[in-house]
Design a protein around this ligand. Structure first.
Ligand code: SF4
Length: 260
């Protein structure tokens, strides 16, 4: 596929991969996380619309790999001086595997560090396609109970585990596990213990925690969708610290990071 559907480009980001980065958000995600802060990215890889301040706006623009490359190269100097690069986010990057791998290959060819964010919810063959062109994978781990994960967010945890383990065997890739801290969903004690177990059996010593926020709330209004997390309070600092400590007691350094 020579064109990708992009719904946002965020420049000068200092989250999501290290150094100064450009984040490219690819449209399409098969999951249905109730806390999603990019609901406009969800469902199919096709443009959609929302109504913002009385105006209808299109979400998603098809662009070629070269057009996107021209855009990110404007900030090449920042990548070189800060150790940054380009991160593909979403949505779910694996919804546009062909385009993403083509684009990442071009970046690698130019010596620009690459990262992707993924939930790993696709057959491992898709990850294999991207793997040669990726330096870092920011891998989201969410609900670890099998039936709950399937019911709430539409994830197959076995597939997630398979992809995660495949990436760990790729020596050239740094895998960064990231956990959104979502009250009622990921922060209950059972889930945290399952996450700790998942990481410790793989001898991973670092995790990034992303506390829940309400920043995506207005997007649901633009889309005319109901936001299921509207009344959910953000976590108090003490609650975040408590979770951080649980990981650190298990020997896993927990960084409180960007936003989910
Ligand atoms: S995986 Fe990310 S983009 Fe997809 S529904 Fe969940 S939070 Fe939203």
């Amino acid at each position: 596929m020579d064109r990708g559907l992009v719904f946002n480009i965020q420049r000068y980001s200092v989250h999501d991969g290290g150094g100064i980065r450009t984040l490219i958000f690819l449209k399409g995600c098969p999951l249905r996380c109730p806390w999603c802060s990019n609901p406009e990215s969800r469902k199919k890889v096709e443009p959609t619309t929302w109504k913002k301040n009385g105006k209808t706006e299109q979400i998603g623009e098809w662009c070629s790999s070269n057009e996107l490359l021209d855009e990110v190269l404007k900030d090449e100097i920042f990548y070189r001086t800060s150790g940054g690069g380009v991160t593909l986010s979403g949505g779910e990057v694996l919804m546009q595997t062909e385009f993403a791998s083509e684009f990442l290959k071009e970046l690698k060819g130019l010596g620009i560090p690459t990262a992707i964010e993924t939930t790993g919810c696709f057959p491992v063959e898709r990850i294999e396609k991207l793997a040669p062109y990726v330096d870092q994978v920011l891998f989201d781990l969410k609900i670890m109970g099998h039936s709950e994960a399937k019911r709430v967010i539409g994830v197959d945890p076995e597939m997630v585990t398979k992809n995660f383990d495949y990436l760990l065997t790729q020596k050239q890739i740094q895998v960064v596990p990231r956990i959104p801290l979502i009250p009622e969903y990921t922060t209950n004690e059972t889930n945290i213990q399952r996450l700790i177990h998942f990481l410790t059996v793989r001898r991973l010593e670092e995790v990034h925690l992303l506390p829940f926020h309400q920043y995506g709330s207005s997007k649901y209004d633009y889309l005319g969708w109901e936001y299921p997390m509207k009344k959910v309070q953000t976590l108090k600092q003490a609650e975040v610290d408590e979770i951080k400590e649980l990981f650190e007691r298990a020997g896993i350094l927990a960084n409180i990071d960007g936003l989910e």
